[in-house]
Every structure is written in C-alpha cells, then in structure tokens.
Design a protein around this ligand. Structure first.
Ligand code: E4P
Length: 218
C-alpha cells in the first residue's frame, strides 16, 4: 500500500519525505486555509518535495469552471493530481481532465456506488472518507471493502482506492487489509505507526545490556 501525507504543512512534508517512505501528498481547501499561505505557492513547494502525486482541489462547483481551475493547477507541476468533488459536475470535469492526461482524485466519496461512478468517469484515485463515515455511525472500512470487491469485478476499472479521512493507526491497518491501494495519513498518525510499547521496552533492554559489554561498533 502506498502512503500519502494528508497535510499542506510543508515543514511536515519535508521532514516525512526525507524518510523515503512517502509516495504522495493530499491537500484540501481546509488544510490549505490552515497554513494561511498562498495556495499556488504551497502546491508548487510540495510538488518539488515529493515525486508522487500531489492532490490540489478545485473550488469551483460547475464543470467548465472546474476544468479551467484544474488545467491551471495542473500547470504548476507534472505531479499535480486535480481533486474534484463527487458531484455530477465533478464527474464530468473528471472525465474531461483525465482524457486530457491529467491525474484526477475524486474526493468526498462516501459510498461504493459513488466510487463506481468515479471509476467510470476515469478517476485516477477515488477518496472514500472513512473517518467521517465512522463519525456518523457507519463503517468506513466496509465501504473500502465494497469498493475493492466491485473494482476487482471489472478489469476495465483501474481507479486506485485512496483511503482518506484516516484518524488512527487502526484505520491504516484496516484500510490495508481491506485492499486500499493508498492511504492518505495525517502526519501524526503516520509518525505513530512506528510506536509499540514493546519496541521501546525491548530497545531500552538491548541498550542497557550493550552498555555492560563496554564495546562500540564503530
Ligand atoms: C484527503 O484527501 C481528505 O481531504 C482528508 O483525508 C479529509 O480528512 P478529514 O475528514 O479528517 O478532514
């Protein structure tokens, strides 16, 4: 499974990209607003830090304007993926943009039927929001599982499932088990994936025993 970072904070992205484990980045208007910075500048900076897709979301609501915004954003760098909302206008924009060779991430997906439509519209990525589904008492992972099963039924559908709205390490694990192609993960959740009490305890014991030997490796 690929890991994208779900943030527009360029310091966080720089730091995490240095691990070599980051395959892309997702932003949205709320994440950009949090930075207080110019949208185009932020996207340009992020695109230079990671080789993989960087999602930048249109803010128009009507197809032609979405396509125009998408084309403008796509000019920022070769690795920009245009994010469009899962509406009829968004799906039409998705079709036009992908036919023109631009990557498109269809966002705000909450059902398997929506994901089926996005795939038929040629989406590069579909973003089911699992955390927000859990918030309203539904099972976000179940939606990922359903999308996986549907996409696997049809060779013609090549859209990648991008598990979004991830809130916990458990969401990451269960997205992988459910067959998501990508998980976009908030920086803190990504950092927490290394953590386990027994890792800390085991490392402390190894270090204490090593100290007793009085040896050094270098
Ligand atoms: C990413 O593409 C989504 O915009 C993001 O994961 C949404 O997460 P949230 O539900 O925590 O806002």
């Amino acid at each position: 499974m690929k890991f994208f970072v779900d943030t527009a904070d360029t310091d966080e992205i720089r730091d995490l990209a240095a691990t070599g484990l980051i395959d892309g980045v997702t932003t949205n208007p709320s994440l950009v607003a949090k930075t207080g910075r110019d949208f185009t500048e932020v996207v340009k900076e992020i695109c230079a830090m990671v080789d993989g897709p960087v999602s930048a979301e249109v803010t128009a609501l009507e197809t032609d304007a979405m396509v125009e915004e998408g084309r403008k954003l796509a000019k920022i760098a070769d690795n920009v993926a245009i994010k469009v909302p899962l509406t009829w206008d968004g799906l039409k924009a998705c079709r036009t943009l992908t036919q023109g060779g631009t990557m498109v991430n269809v966002t705000l997906c909450f059902s398997a039927n929506q994901a089926l439509l996005a795939a038929k519209a040629g989406a590069t990525f579909i973003s089911p929001f699992i955390g927000r589904l859990d918030d309203i008492g539904e099972d976000g992972i179940e939606v990922i599982r359903d999308i996986r099963a549907i996409y696997d039924n049809y060779d013609a559908l090549s859209t990648e499932i991008l598990a979004a709205s991830i809130r916990s390490e458990d969401h990451v694990k269960r997205s992988a088990l459910a067959g998501a192609d990508v998980a976009t993960v908030p920086p803190q959740v990504l950092r927490d994936l290394t953590k386990h009490a027994l890792t800390d305890k085991g490392l402390a014991a190894f270090m204490a025993d090593w100290e007793k030997t009085g040896q050094t490796i270098l």
